[in-house]
Design a protein around this ligand. Structure first.
Ligand code: CP
Length: 316
């Protein structure tokens, strides 16, 4: 595997999950694999889990880690070919990516969707420019359209907590005051499509995700019906894809409550975090013993470690 920008880059998800669980048993078992290698973690947006878990994963493999908050500390980058750079953008990605690649062996990037320019977001300008110009492996730490490190951590967590061979898994939209990207939901759907599970997406009308991504999935607009007999309830807000970036509905009736969780098969509650309590989910649910959000966040380390190990093994 050269790059990790989509869950499908793993090849076989089930093998990747098994390997991550093996790594988790002894996280330092490959501590010399990354000796003498450096990873640059570039953050164009804020982070808690991705920043710390990816750094920890790289250190567990013996790598040197350079972290840069590019969004606040770097020069503003130009991505357009042939741009006349007489505005606010000080450096072209052509130079920036090539320079960064001289300092490291792998570059990992967080660059959220603008939610204002659908075409540019869909084209993954930042991720693809680094892929094109850096010439070294690129890891997606959440891009405009996907968060595959999160999706792998979610798959590991479900493997650890499932009690039946083919669980019912529900991805539920929930309200949020701000416009959020579709990235986490997209990667979760792509990951679930590689699973033997009864998978249902539930959201209000108007919140359809990219139909190219959801075309193989069941969509149910009645949230309570979707929750019936669920083994896992994965909750996430996203803004409209069709009416791009719009918050069309902040209906608190979609918040996840104890009453709704009672409809499930004693389901585990999942969320990628950060989460807005009593907006997305009631305190009583996230504080219950069925909530596995902290365990899910812990698996971000083993997700990143599995991915970095695979890249190091493939790229010498
Ligand atoms: N889930 C996740 O990516 O968390 P951070 O935004 O804090 O990195």
């Amino acid at each position: 595997m050269r790059d990790y920008t989509n869950i499908n880059d793993l090849g076989n998800l089930q093998n990747a999950v098994k390997e991550a669980i093996e790594i988790k048993k002894n996280p330092l078992q490959h501590k010399t694999l990354g000796e003498g290698k450096t990873i640059c973690l570039l953050f164009f947006n804020n982070s808690l889990r991705t920043r710390l878990s990816t750094q920890k994963a790289a250190q567990n493999l013996g790598m040197n880690v350079i972290v840069m908050n590019f969004g606040s500390e770097g020069w503003e980058l130009e991505y357009e070919e042939g741009a006349i750079m007489n505005g606010s953008k000080s450096e072209h990605v052509k130079e920036a990516a090539k320079v960064i690649a001289q300092y490291c062996d792998i570059v990992a990037i967080r660059a959220f969707a603008s939610l204002t320019d659908k075409e540019k977001d869909q084209a993954e300008i930042v991720m693809n420019s680094f892929k094109k110009y850096a010439g070294i492996p690129v890891v997606n730490m959440e891009s405009a359209t996907g968060h595959p490190l999160q999706a792998l951590a979610d798959a590991i967590t479900m493997e650890e907590y499932k009690t039946v061979h083919k669980p019912k898994v529900v991805l539920s939209w929930a309200p949020h005051p701000k416009a959020l990207p579709q990235a986490v939901a997209n990667s979760f759907v792509e990951m679930m499509q590689l699973h033997d599970a009864d998978f249902v997406i539930t959201h209000p009308e108007g919140y359809e995700l990219d139909p190219e991504i959801t075309k193989l999935s069941t969509i149910e607009h009645d949230q309570e019906k979707a929750f019936e007999n669920a083994d896992f309830v994965y909750v996430k807000n996203w803004s409209s894809f069709k009416d791009y970036g719009r918050v069309m509905n902040s209906d608190s009736a979609w918040m996840v409550t104890t009453e709704k969780m009672k409809l499930t098969n004693n389901a585990k509650f999942m969320h990628c975090l950060p989460v807005r309590r009593n907006v997305i989910v009631a305190d009583a649910v996230i504080d219950s013993e069925n909530s596995i959000v902290i365990q899910q966040a812990n698996n971000r380390t083993f997700s990143a470690q599995m991915v970095l190990k695979k890249i190091l093994e493939s790229n010498g």
